[in-house]
Design a protein around this ligand. Structure first.
Ligand SMILES: C[S@@+](CC[C@H](N)C(=O)[O-])C[C@H]1O[C@@H](n2cnc3c(N)ncnc32)[C@H](O)[C@@H]1O
Length: 436
């Protein structure tokens, strides 16, 4: 029932990042209960498109109260054999009926739930039928999202959507000020945690764990040997190529993963800015754990007149607010929360941030624009428009669009069209050098 409630919260527009801690506090969950609720709700959200379509086929009328709909969506995902959270059919039906009996608002709904789920079990072709009829059911993302990817990546859109259905690998960033990557890998092995180093030279601090582990199990985590950060996010600090003594602006810094990475790589002076004062506290916490220092400031990067001291920066990192469409596998609620109309609004914010920050850059300096998005409006189109607006901006080598990838085989047994060397999120990177 806890999972159904969380899925319902997302269907009503709340993010899991908000709903999960609230439910955990209300229910006084311990870490294991919270982990279980998160894992289950992630699985249901990854398959919600199919569950919605199946439920509409089984019972075309609206279902009230909404919690009853959420119980059925959850049970339908648990009944599917290919979701990673599959249980025996009789267990799922019994538990759904019992959960209704224990919930005052659903006390009389047990018979209905039992009937709907049994009809589903008796219809082995139903999933194929609903998936053939709708993109949302087949790909478990809203139709506009699927269509945007189809237009942007005619050859790769299916891979992108398939990766979003899998649990991401856990990637570490070794703080090489404290310990070398090779030595840390040995420390991990000694604790029974096996890892691999990606072959990409730009990912020289990354280790990808064979199996995810709680941070408490990571040797030296408390004393700053290591951080958790996806491989795609680790390109930022390497690409920006910060040198000792440089003045660096991290314009959208919280929670501070990239701020810390910049400071691990060079003795530079970083101003870490974020509009959200609460999130900015997390930057301070992260830096303290890693033994690093930056000046943190709660301010709006789009309005430098309010906070800039007039001294230009040698490097600027703009890790801009975005749709987060590149990390759909990590946050499976995002796909159901975003609206198509959010994308132009986010792109307008990114444009405003780029234009506000460009004058703050030194001649010869570099600005790295990053988003964890796979939508071209927030990536390649944004970068091309920026170059067209600023004659003094030169495009420097950068990866451009990184699509999310996993090296394993997909859930349906098919290998991805282009086998990936390592796991990473979707990200966009453009690097601009100032010519005059
Ligand atoms: C993608 S996150 C940054 C992640 C961070 N760079 C990291 O690696 O941990 C985007 C951040 O931009 C902040 N933000 C959004 N609009 C902003 C603005 N106008 N000025 C400063 N920060 C802003 C948000 O509060 C959010 O923390």
């Amino acid at each position: 029932m806890a999972c159904a409630q969380l899925v319902g919260d997302v269907q009503e527009g709340a993010s899991l990042a908000t709903a999960l801690p609230q439910s955990a506090a209300r229910g006084k969950w311990d870490a294991a209960q919270r982990g279980a609720a998160q894992a289950l709700s992630f699985a249901v959200l990854r398959h919600l498109g199919t569950a919605r379509a199946a439920l509409s086929a089984l019972h075309p009328k609206a279902i009230h109260p909404p919690l009853l709909r959420d119980v059925l969506h959850t049970a339908l995902v648990l009944l599917r054999p290919d979701t990673g959270v599959h249980y025996a059919a009789h267990t799922v039906v019994n538990q759904a009926v019992e959960a209704c009996k224990r919930t005052p608002a659903l006390r009389h709904a047990g018979g209905f739930v039992n009937a709907v789920l049994r009809r589903f079990i008796a219809s082995p072709d139903l999933l194929d039928t609903v998936c053939a009829a709708s993109n949302e059911a087949r790909w478990n993302h809203p139709p506009w999202w699927v269509e945007t990817l189809q237009a942007a990546y005619p050859q790769r859109w299916q891979d992108v959507l398939q990766v979003a259905q899998r649990q991401p690998a856990m990637t570490l960033r070794v703080n090489t000020r404290r310990i070398s990557r090779a030595d840390y890998q040995l420390e991990l092995s000694a604790c029974g945690l096996h890892s691999m180093a990606p072959k990409d030279a730009l990912l020289d601090q990354a280790l990808i764990l064979q199996q995810p582990a709680a941070v408490e199990r990571l040797p030296g985590f408390d004393v700053g040997w290591v951080s958790v950060q996806d491989a795609a996010a680790q390109y930022a600090a390497t690409l920006l190529d910060v040198q000792p003594g440089q003045r660096v602006l991290d314009a959208c810094a919280a929670p501070g993963g990239k701020t810390a990475h910049l400071l691990e790589r060079a003795d530079c002076t970083v101003l870490a800015l974020d509009k959200d004062a609460q999130r900015l506290h997390r930057v301070d916490d992260t830096l303290r754990r890693l033994g690093l220092q930056a000046n943190t400031l709660a301010a709006d990067a789009a309005h430098p007149a309010a906070w800039w001291d007039g001294q230009r920066f040698d490097r600027i990192l703009l890790d801009a607010p975005c749709s987060a469409s590149g990390i759909s596998r990590r946050h499976p609620d995002i796909r159901w929360l975003r609206r198509a109309t959010d994308i132009p609004a986010l792109a307008a914010t990114q444009t405003a941030l780029l234009d506000a920050l460009w004058p703050l850059l030194q001649t010869g300096g570099k600005l790295l624009y990053a988003t964890c998005s796979v939508f071209p409006q927030e990536g390649a189109q944004q970068a091309a428009a920026f170059l067209a607006r600023h004659a003094d901006a030169i495009a420097s080598p950068a990866p451009g669009q990184l699509l999310p990838q996993e090296p394993q085989h997909s859930g349906d047994g098919n290998a991805a069209a282009s086998p990936a060397s390592h796991s990473q999120d979707g990200f966009y990177y453009a690097l601009f050098t100032k010519s005059s």
